[in-house]
Design a protein around this ligand. Structure first.
Ligand code: DGL
Length: 267
């Protein structure tokens, strides 16, 4: 089937985290029309049960695909991907790219053979994480920690609010205070919100720790899946769509505009 040049790419997250995927995707495909969808009414996902996420995410993506007719959807959220990717793929008839913890590069890059996985509580307990560790880092010690506060920190940063440095410190300490944590030299940012506060995490580390996430890999995957398709000649403003519009969403407008999302809609 031919894809119309103006058919958008849909990126989906519970909140602003997916912007850490949007940035490399836009760099790879500068004129790609973008719809960025955030489930503000369901935010946060990381403290929800598997059943809630598995029921909510495919239904929402179904509505979004019906409304925007994207050529491809990206679940720009580790929590939703590690729990609901197969359900979403079964429900949609377009390619769906998921975001899963970047354990492979962390294991490749770790010299000490101790790396951390920092995600949401829901993500770090997923068997998917154990499978990735067994496959790519069998000779490593993997430490894991879930932080809901760090998700809120990223949202607050994009709303332009003052940030409490203790939040990033506590999140990192959740890893470094574990046995072998003093040897940890790599951290997987296994929540798409966390690359947005990478600077704060690096400042909190107090020693060199490398941070990896899946953004660049996802951009490459989008390029691969859309090979040969046509795109508009010029960049068009993107749109952000929220499942609930409120003051917190209003406060995000300048940050969204910085990512090329000039229009804000309600789903
Ligand atoms: N950004 C999401 C992730 O990658 C989830 C954050 C949340 O809603 O708790 O896991």
């Amino acid at each position: 089937m031919t894809v119309a040049p103006d058919a958008p790419i849909l990126l989906f997250d519970s909140g602003v985290g997916g912007l850490s995927i949007l940035a490399p995707a836009r760099a790879a495909l500068p004129t790609a029309p973008i719809i960025y969808a955030a489930d503000s009414a369901g935010f946060p996902y990381g403290t929800k049960s598997e059943a809630e996420i598995a029921a909510r995410v495919p239904a929402l993506l179904g509505r979004l695909v019906e409304r925007y007719r994207p050529r491809l959807a990206v679940i720009a959220c580790n929590t939703a991907s590690t729990i609901a990717l197969s359900h979403v793929r079964a429900a949609l008839d377009i390619p769906v790219v998921g975001t899963v913890p970047a354990i492979k590069p962390a294991a490749l890059l770790s010299k000490s053979r101790v790396f951390g996985v920092l995600g949401t509580d829901a993500t770090v307990r997923q068997p998917y994480v154990d499978r990735l560790a067994a496959e790519h880092g069998a000779d490593c010690i993997m430490l894991r920690h879930g932080s809901a506060a760090l998700v809120q920190l990223a949202e607050a940063k994009l709303r332009g609010e003052p940030l409490d440095p203790r939040i990033a410190q506590d999140a990192l300490r959740g890893l470094t205070d574990q046995p072998h944590g003093d040897r940890m030299d790599m951290v997987v940012l296994a929540c798409t919100h966390f690359p947005l506060v990478e600077q704060e995490l690096a400042a909190a580390a107090g020693r060199p720790i490398g941070f990896v996430h899946g953004g660049a890999g996802i951009a490459r995957r989008i390029l691969f899946l859309t090979q040969g398709q046509l795109w508009p000649d010029a960049t068009s403003p993107g749109a952000a769509v929220f499942t609930r519009l409120d003051d917190q969403v209003e406060a995000l407008r300048p940050a969204l505009a910085g990512y090329g999302l000039m229009q804000v809609d309600a789903l």
